[in-house]
Design a protein around this ligand. Structure first.
Ligand code: 5GP
Ligand code: MN
Length: 335
């Protein structure tokens, strides 16, 4: 994989570009994709953003989201854009299987593939150009770096600022995680000095749900949460019946995994959602417990040191049992 800087001089030659990201894109994935789109169209590129799957309703406010193609729902149109693409940007993921049903399609493409990502263990041979940096707070921060480093700061519009800021807020837990380094605050200061209004974005990200979602959170914390003080661990297992009862949609469970972190002394939080297609795990840790390693080893997943995800085809009961077994095996790391 050649350095991302090598494409900077080619930015001014218009191309057919596809931007894609991981399945069920979150604020960082969608924010980075749309920020890059708003940037590239200013050079005359013909840009299509494709999400491998649908996305949470709470990212629907992002400027440009209406033109994003959902690959599962629009395979023909999205497939055509991919076939014609000269450049393919892969944002906020680093291995093709994170795009689910799009995986084989992406592998077959002969176009120039460009990676911009901050997760561990990138599949570098699959990309022609790119940057992979786990020290970055978010992929949105990396899009900001690209704009600045390539000498195009005058192209930062309010739309770009909104998208970048949303991703930074999302991936740093509102500037709370260690990943919110000095450069992140400088980035925000720079956007602010260009006139960006940040309070709107918080409103759209956090105060934009329906009543049922708040009642679901209350129900789950009361009835589905187990605390294992001897392992400094909290487990939340959400059965399908809860999702149906509270009419939970994609994205409504985002943030749930953060609540148990407010309990004193908790080191690991594990959340499993009984989705139709699989049991989806989320892991969050504090301090020196490596969630990426844990998710890779036991739950076919990965991510970052303090935040990772995984999956299982087992029943909810069986995957929960497996979790409890491996939690006990990892007792020493959880002290
Ligand atoms: P979340 O728990 O919010 O879904 O994911 C936490 C972090 O882990 C995110 O950065 C996400 O991209 C990553 N992640 C989630 N699920 C998986 C997975 O199955 N495989 C890998 N490699 N990363 C994942
Ligand atoms: Mn991210």
């Amino acid at each position: 994989m050649k350095r991302i800087q090598e494409i900077y001089s080619q930015l001014s030659q218009p191309r057919k570009v596809v931007i894609t990201t991981h399945q069920k894109p979150d604020a960082d994935a969608m924010g980075a994709s749309l920020a890059l789109r708003h940037f590239l169209v200013q050079f005359g590129h013909e840009v299509t953003v494709i999400s491998p799957t649908n996305w949470a309703g709470w990212v629907n406010w992002m400027p440009g989201v209406n033109e994003v193609l959902d690959y599962e729902a629009n395979q023909q149109k999205a497939g055509k854009a991919l076939d014609e693409a000269q450049w393919l940007f892969c944002l906020d993921f680093n291995i093709f299987h994170r795009t689910k049903t799009m995986t084989e399609k992406l592998k077959q493409l002969n176009c120039t593939k460009i990676l911009i990502d901050h997760h561990q263990d990138p599949d570098e041979p699959s990309f022609d150009y790119g940057i992979s940096n786990t020290a970055k707070s978010s992929t949105c921060e990396m899009i900001y770096d690209l704009v600045i480093e390539s000498g195009n700061e005058e192209k930062i519009t309010e739309e770009i600022s909104e998208c970048i800021y949303a991703g930074v807020v999302g991936d740093t837990g509102s500037f709370r995680f260690e990943s919110a380094h000095a450069g992140v605050h400088k980035l925000v200061a720079d956007l602010k000095s260009r006139g960006f209004k940040h309070d709107n974005v918080h409103d759209k990200l956090f105060d934009n749900f329906l009543e049922n979602r708040l009642r679901f959170v209350g129900h789950v914390l009361l009835h589905r949460m187990e605390v294992f003080y001897e392992y400094n661990t909290v487990l939340i297992a959400v059965p399908k019946s809860d999702l149906l009862k509270y009419q939970i949609k994609t994205g409504d469970t985002e943030g749930l995994v953060n609540f148990p972190q407010s309990i004193q002394g908790i080191k690991l939080v594990a959340l499993v959602i009984d989705r139709d297609e699989e049991r989806k795990w989320s892991f969050r840790s504090k301090g020196d417990f490596d969630c990426n390693d844990f998710a890779r080893k036991y739950f076919d997943g990965g991510g970052h040191f303090n935040a990772a995800g995984g999956r299982s085809n087992d029943s909810l009961e069986k995957t929960v049992q497996h979790f409890k077994t491996v939690m006990k095996q990892n007792e020493a790391l959880l002290q």
